[in-house]
Design a protein around this ligand. Structure first.
Ligand code: HEM
Length: 157
């Protein structure tokens, strides 16, 4: 029982650090850069800060995944993935896969090409696309946290 509780604590701690960072980047960093007078340096500042956060997020994604699968194993909860009332388990794994792919596979590509991707007809579009993508991911992640806490405490059955 103790190791299950410990795994739950590690799971939540890593999710808090990881999603706290995503919230900060989306609601504080990007809007501040978009409104600021240092437009020219926008991308450089954004990359410097998000790069540093990406290293922290990589560790947190691994910790959340390991602790999550460990809890699933300990609770012998694999069968939940075939039951609709446990949709929140699918949501957690889905969000985890998104970030895993983004941080471990896509990001090296995105970082190399970010400047080109966010440019529109040779002008930097004021981090608009970056803001939209981060906002969608944030809403998805926060909704998943909400339904996971409700689900883990019996709200859906
Ligand atoms: C590989 C991915 C993941 C797996 C296998 C996984 C698995 C689990 C399991 C087994 C539980 C315990 C459920 C229970 O007590 O009945 C849990 C709880 C939880 N997980 Fe995950 N999880 C994963 C990723 C995530 C992600 C990405 C988030 C955040 C977006 C998240 C947020 C939570 C929350 C908030 C709880 C509820 C804790 C509580 O209130 O006791 N998990 N997870």
């Amino acid at each position: 029982m103790n190791d299950l509780t410990l795994a739950r604590a590690v799971h939540i701690l890593s999710v808090v650090i990881w999603m706290g960072g995503v919230t900060f980047v989306t609601l504080v960093l990007i809007p501040t850069l978009r409104r600021s007078s240092f437009r020219i340096d926008q991308l450089t500042i954004f990359h410097a800060i998000e790069n540093r956060f990406a290293s922290i997020a990589r560790v947190m994604v691994l910790l959340a995944g390991i602790s999550g699968f460990y809890m699933t194993y300990k609770l012998d909860a694999w069968g939940r993935f075939t039951q609709i009332q446990f949709f929140w388990m699918h949501a957690m794994v889905f969000v985890w896969c998104l970030f895993f792919l983004a941080l471990f596979a896509i990001e090296p590509f995105i970082l190399k090409n970010h400047g080109r991707i966010v440019k529109d007809r040779h002008n930097i579009t004021n981090l608009k696309k970056t803001y939209i993508v981060h906002s969608v991911i944030l809403v998805l992640s926060l909704s998943t946290i909400l339904v996971s806490v409700l689900g883990a405490h019996g709200f859906f059955y």
